[in-house]
Design a protein around this ligand. Structure first.
Ligand code: TXA
Ligand code: MG
Length: 556
């Protein structure tokens, strides 16, 4: 069979020629033939959806399993009652907002739709594609067009007419070239025969956009994981290994930087890598496919299938792919990558480093923390967290109130002076208070670390070691300085007498205490603040390197 190529990339201008090509394609379809057609998502392999013999040819050409139903492509919502029964009003709400566009709705079917199209199900998938050429062809054909993605079964979907020819040349009657697909991943499939509606396949329309219009949507398990034995996804097609290049694929999830580093630590010479643009330089000895910047999910969607396909023309033995997060189009891009990997997924360790910084007044803790901030760290000031908790944390407040009745005023505010009087004169009472704080503070700090999107944290606490906060840290760092220097610094900083400065220092733990209990020491023996800043910079850079290397070693 010869596959006729219709070039309709440019539909402005030669009106007659365009119309002729559209009529020719529509005629093939009406007469039971197969035509590759462009849509905004991926190319489809179209046939008359009401003609069971034509539909059978689709399954043959693709090598598609018979139990996998096809989507009917309509010219608009006005066609819904012809093919669907019991249509809920919400279907029209969705169609008004999102059609033409990348949304497929599963509805009850009418008997006019043959079993071949629905694979014997009593439901049918319908969508109105957003591509002027294909809309014109459907209108001209006057029948709904059944169209799966135009790839050979199991291969990555086609996002250009060239891809279609690669898989289907000689097996189908024609291909209509409408340019490359603007969305790049298939339509989102939403089952409207159940309540609440259920997402069967993430796609070109985001879950968030759908939920904004119609409220909560359940997500089918097949979207995020592989099916267990005997388990049936509701979209039959979701159970097949799919989109797979010939070489095995490993998907790495996690923050972009972390997943890039994770891949960099694993790849060998000659492997394939699918990565975000900004990390390409990490893979000089690999075959790299960039799918866009990590923040540009539309470009990722447009490029993901082409990237997967490209490796079949190369010698790569293994492929690693960075996975976007699940927001917006990321859910669909990630789903396609994971399916291509047969759900072989590795979670990149966040590679988070948590440092505990402690030491006496005047030693230079603040400068050390500023340096860590310059290095991208988030500083958690535990004194501040403690005061916030005194005001807001019900559990800690209750515990304090039980131990020191009357320290909270009628308006709920803590009378700090009163609490101070209670504990400062009596050691046992201070210990009691500390015990309470040390119970509630570390978990709260831990929660804050987990909730923040950063790779480096500095926990700033004078009682880091006593409170148990040190257990959250990869390393504890004692900032120390000669006593005479500290005396002078405190005098200048707090504008106090030498005698008072010495008194304050003697009331605190000694450098020796911190030195012996912390993992490492940053000594500030310099008269010049700028010198210490530079020293601290070098010290922390080296420390972070060591810790990150250790962590990487552990993952592999
Ligand atoms: O964007 C798209 O949807 C593209 C373009 C060409 O429109 N088409 C597409 O078709 O992706 P296909 O056949 O590759 O994927 C259709 C998916 C399959 O997973 C199939 O199992 C599911 O839709 N499906 C079709 N009818 C269904 C039904 N009645 N109930 C549940 N799932 C259905
Ligand atoms: Mg498909």
């Amino acid at each position: 069979m010869q596959t006729i190529y219709y070039d309709l990339r440019n539909i402005k201008g030669q009106q007659r020629e365009v119309e002729e090509k559209i009529s020719a394609a529509a005629k093939i379809l009406r007469e039971g033939g197969l035509v590759g057609i462009p849509t905004e998502t991926v190319y489809g392999l179209g046939a008359n959806g009401l003609d069971s013999e034509a539909v059978n040819r689709i399954f043959q050409a693709k090598g598609r399993p018979q139990d996998n139903p096809l989507i009917l492509h309509l010219s608009g919502a006005q066609w819904l009652p012809r093919y669907c029964a019991d249509i809920p009003p919400i279907a029209y709400v969705l169609a008004r907002k999102f059609w033409p566009g990348p949304l497929t709705m599963i509805l009850k079917r009418k008997p006019i739709v043959p079993d071949e199209t629905t694979a014997g199900l009593d439901t049918v998938g319908v969508r109105c594609p957003n591509h002027p050429v294909t809309l014109a062809i459907i209108r001209e054909a006057g029948v709904p067009i059944a169209a799966p993605s135009a790839n050979a079964s199991g291969r990555p979907s086609c996002t250009s007419a060239q891809d279609v020819l690669e898989d289907m040349n000689g097996k189908i009657d024609g291909v209509v070239d409408g340019g490359s697909c603007s969305v790049g991943v298939e339509s989102t499939i939403l089952d409207l025969t159940v309540t609440p509606p259920r997402l069967l396949r993430p796609g070109g329309l985001s879950l968030e956009a759908l939920e904004q219009l119609i409220g909560h949507i359940d997500v089918d398990a097949a979207v995020t994981r592989s099916m267990k034995e005997g388990e049936q996804p509701r979209a039959p097609g979701m159970k097949y290994r799919h989109y797979a290049p010939k070489a095995p694929v490993t998907v790495v999830t996690g923050a972009p930087k972390a997943s890039a580093q994770e891949i960099a630590a694993r790849v060998h010479l000659g492997d394939g890598v699918i990565c975000f643009d900004e990390f390409a330089h990490l893979f000089p000895e690999q075959t790299v496919q960039c799918i866009g910047h990590s923040s540009d999910k539309l470009t990722q969607a447009q490029r993901v299938f082409e990237a997967l396909r490209s490796f079949d023309n190369s010698e790569v033995k293994e492929i690693y792919a960075q996975c976007p997060d699940e927001h917006g189009l990321g859910l669909a891009v990630g789903n396609r990558l994971k399916k291509a990997a047969g759900f072989h997924v590795i979670e990149a360790d966040r590679m988070r480093v948590v440092l505990g910084i402690t030491g006496c007044t005047g030693a230079g803790k603040s400068t050390a923390l500023e340096v860590l901030e310059e290095l991208g760290g988030v500083v958690i000031d535990c004194d501040k967290v403690y005061h916030q908790m005194l005001a807001e944390d019900e559990n800690m407040r209750n515990a304090i109130n039980a131990a020191f009745p009357g320290v909270f005023q009628a308006d709920g505010k803590l009378n700090r002076q009163k609490l101070g009087q209670e504990v400062f004169s009596r050691k046992d009472r201070l210990e009691k208070l500390n015990q309470i704080v040390y119970t509630y503070l570390p978990p709260e700090v831990e929660r804050r670390v987990a909730a923040m999107d950063a790779d480096l944290f500095a926990i700033d606490a004078i009682n880091l070691l006593e409170s148990g906060l040190d257990r959250l840290c990869d390393r504890t760092v004692a900032v120390t300085a000669p006593t005479e220097l500290r005396v002078r610094r405190i005098m200048a900083r707090d504008n106090i007498t030498e005698q008072y400065a010495r008194l304050r220092i003697s009331a605190q733990n000694s450098d020796e205490y911190y030195r012996s209990k912390c993992d490492c020491e940053l000594n500030n023996g310099s008269e010049l603040p700028e010198t210490f800043r530079k020293e601290a910079h070098i010290f922390f850079e080296k420390l972070l390197d060591t810790i990150r290397q250790e962590k990487r070693g552990k993952i592999v």
